[in-house]
Design a protein around this ligand. Sequence first.
Ligand SMILES: Cc1cc2nc3c(=O)[nH]c(=O)nc-3n(C[C@H](O)[C@H](O)[C@H](O)COP(=O)(O)O)c2cc1C
Length: 161
Amino acid sequence: MNIQLPDMPKPADAATEHQLTFQDGTTRTVYDTGVERPYPDGKLIVSRTDLNGVLTHVNDAFVAISGYSQEELLGSPQHILRHPDMPKEAYADLWATVKAGKKWHGYVKNLCKDGSHYWVYATVVPNIRRGETVGYTSVRRKPSRTKVNEAIATYANLKGA
Ligand SMILES: Cc1cc2nc3c(=O)[nH]c(=O)nc-3n(C[C@H](O)[C@H](O)[C@H](O)COP(=O)(O)O)c2cc1C
């Protein structure tokens, strides 16, 4: 079952408009103000999803930085945070890795409800119960600025290719 997200509210600040098409075929209009939110010091940003990437758990730090309420997040696809600068290859690699039962690490730029964004270093793992994968968990940490700058260049190349 594909879940259609509501469009983002148009920010009062200047923003570029983008039409995103997701793997499940749904689309969404999003806005990017280019404003970066600092990663919250000393916090982990955590979410869990079901097998389809639908959010089943979000911690307080996840809710706070996203700008969405917990009610808006739970039951929504994790792609509610997808930023237009992120190449689809990054997520294809994430999904192939965790579906193979392995741990994925990577740098991710996420889009907040108000059009701002934040960078994370994410570790995504399958949740395994009695030998079966029942969902996935992502634990995000503060990324180093050097690695973020490398990721910006890598992702821009992938988007341009
Ligand atoms: C546990 C888990 C955490 C994820 N975290 C994020 C995230 O923080 N931001 C994001 O854009 N995609 C995240 N993804 C990937 C999304 O499910 C999705 O693949 C991505 O947003 C691109 O959208 P699409 O695959 O629907 O086209 C996560 C996936 C899993 C399984």
